[in-house]
Design a protein around this ligand. Structure first.
Ligand SMILES: Cc1cc2nc3c(=O)[nH]c(=O)nc-3n(C[C@H](O)[C@H](O)[C@H](O)COP(=O)(O)OP(=O)(O)OC[C@H]3O[C@@H](n4cnc5c(N)ncnc54)[C@H](O)[C@@H]3O)c2cc1C
Length: 497
């Protein structure tokens, strides 16, 4: 890979030498997009600082991973990002990637939902958990007449006065009724966050819907108001697909572009940070090499003036155990779910369904092992060669954690058995690719925002320590990019730059 030439152990000078030269030494733990964006920001804002990024894996990018096979482009996890938050687009611009951005295919910006084993179009204009059109909701076969009536009554239901946090399930049932929750919202939101909606915090996850309720009295009223200034596309439904983009070369292009801009010798792959210690203003990292097959070889402690921890919270809790017990405790309380993604390449003629959408979501009440299936090469046509199609099936999450751990050999028959009747598939896949993502999706459970406030308060007491990553203020790529940039900014602010 393009950044491998940078991977060499570098010698860190003594603190006195560094101080004499006015150089600050910064460590970043974790080479996912959060750690990388922190590193990139530091290099932009303070090119003189000595930065070292430690990554336990053999490649950069963390959850982001694009592979190419037989003319297919397979995103093994994240496959696009939202543009309503500016940080993803801004970073692409800084990296000269703006011309590589691609939008979702405008012909297919709709979602299907499974009901009783069959695919139905999500009502046009139904966006995540709010209907914006009357007739598609009135005519959908997904809800019973009672379910439709109850959803329409949302218009008249007064907003909740209590300002305390609420679970996503409670919020949606209260506003739209049980059936709309079970059949429409749970599969959509549950698939995006791989989450249990009974535990997911509405304030921490999709607070804009809570704001809509507060400002307009109801979600339907709020959607009608929004439609005046920003109409939803005629047949759009599900996620706001028109607001998502990807990169023509795959999302790993973003990772590679950052890595290329980081200084020589600043990246240490295959190096796991085992522990972080604090001695006054000095931060000591105890690392081990992970490239030695079977066992970890010990490496000397390395000293820094500041450290940005951009590893998952379940790792950070361990690393910081001896630094600050309450902080470590709070980090350890952030739950994670895992998923497996099965990518299936097919000849187009082997699939009976026209695949005239972005994909299908499966409600929990359907009792299927599949969470969702994205029609990946419909969403972004460059992902498959002519005459072929690429599907991505999501398994596991908080709904079926045990399935995310199955081997490829165990998963494939399970997935194919579900998918064949759903999409009317008659042939065998040209090939399959299975990617496992254990404990990668933080779950913003009830009270998450309060927990983050407590974490912030502890971190404020520890000069030189900053946290970044998906565990805190958003799991989407733009939020992770922002969290890395903010952590870097705070380090520089501490030093008065
Ligand atoms: C399956 C899946 C699909 C997703 N799809 C989308 C999507 O389409 N759009 C979107 O916007 N977001 C999506 N997300 C969310 C988004 O991809 C992630 O939230 C984001 O990539 C997380 O980045 P991160 O850097 O915070 O964490 P990670 O990517 O997890 O990076 C953390 C890094 O730290 C390293 N590390 C861990 N422990 C140590 C240690 N002790 N020492 C050194 N290094 C260590 C890890 O190896 C890893 O590389 C998806 C997430 C998942 C799991």
């Amino acid at each position: 890979m393009s950044y491998l030439h940078k991977v060499r152990i570098r010698t860190v000078g003594t603190r006195r030498e560094m101080q004499a030269l006015g150089i600050q030494r910064i460590a970043i733990v974790g080479g996912g997009i959060s750690g990388l964006s922190a590193a990139h920001h530091l290099m932009e804002q303070a090119p003189g600082c000595q930065m070292t990024l430690f990554e336990s894996g053999s490649r950069l990018g963390g959850v982001i991973s694009t592979v190419h096979r037989d003319g297919f482009q397979i995103e093994q996890s994240a496959d696009n990002f939202i543009t309503t938050s500016p940080w993803g687009l801004d970073l692409c611009e800084k990296l000269g990637l703006t011309r590589d951005l691609v939008q979702t295919n405008a012909d297919y910006r709709r979602t299907f939902v499974v009901r009783n084993g069959r695919l139905h179009r999500l009502p046009d204009g139904f966006m995540m958990m709010a209907p914006s059109r009357f007739w598609p909701l009135a005519l959908t076969p997904i809800l019973s007449p009672f379910g439709k009536l109850r959803a329409a009554l949302e218009y008249f239901i007064p907003p909740r006065r209590d300002s305390s946090d609420e679970s996503m399930a409670h919020f949606v049932r209260r506003r739209l009724g049980r059936e709309a929750f079970d059949r429409l919202v749970e599969p959509l939101v549950g698939a995006v966050y791989a989450a249990d909606m009974e535990k997911l915090s509405v304030d921490a996850t999709l607070s804009r819907f809570r704001d809509m309720e507060r400002q307009h009295g109801s979600l339907i009223r709020a959607m009608r108001h929004q439609m005046k200034s920003r109409p939803v596309e005629e047949a759009e439904s599900g996620a706001r697909y028109s607001m998502f983009v990807s990169l023509i070369g795959g999302l790993s292009t973003l990772v590679d572009a950052i890595a290329l801009r980081l200084p020589e010798n600043s990246i240490r792959l295959n190096t796991r940070v085992e522990r972080i210690e604090r001695a006054g203003n000095i931060w000591r990292l105890i690392t081990s090499a992970t490239e030695t097959v079977g066992k970890s070889a010990p490496v000397c402690p390395v000293e820094f003036d500041a450290v940005i921890v951009a590893a998952p919270a379940h790792v950070a809790t361990r690393l910081l155990a001896s630094v600050d017990a309450p902080l470590s405790f709070e980090l350890g309380q952030i739950d994670y779910s895992g998923t497996a993604i099965v990518s299936l390449a097919y000849d187009v003629q082997d699939i009976g369904h026209p695949l005239d959408g972005m994909g299908v979501v499966v409600p929990a009440i359907e009792n299927s092992p599949i969470l969702a299936c994205s029609f990946s090469s419909r969403k972004y046509p460059h992902r498959s060669p002519a005459g072929k199609t690429l599907l991505r099936v999501f398994v596991g999450g908080a709904r079926h954690p045990e399935l995310a751990e199955l081997s490829a050999a165990e998963l494939l028959p399970l997935v194919l058995k579900q998918l064949r009747p759903l999409l009317n598939i008659c042939g065998e896949p040209c090939f399959c690719d299975v990617a496992h993502w254990p404990r990668t999706m933080p779950q913003y459970h009830l009270g998450h925002k309060d927990r983050i406030a407590r974490i912030d308060a502890r971190v404020a007491e520890l000069p030189g320590l900053k946290l970044a990553g998906s565990a805190f203020r958003g799991v989407g790529l733009p939020d992770c990019i922002h969290s890395g940039q903010q952590a870097a900014e705070q380090v520089l602010a501490d030093w008065g730059r």
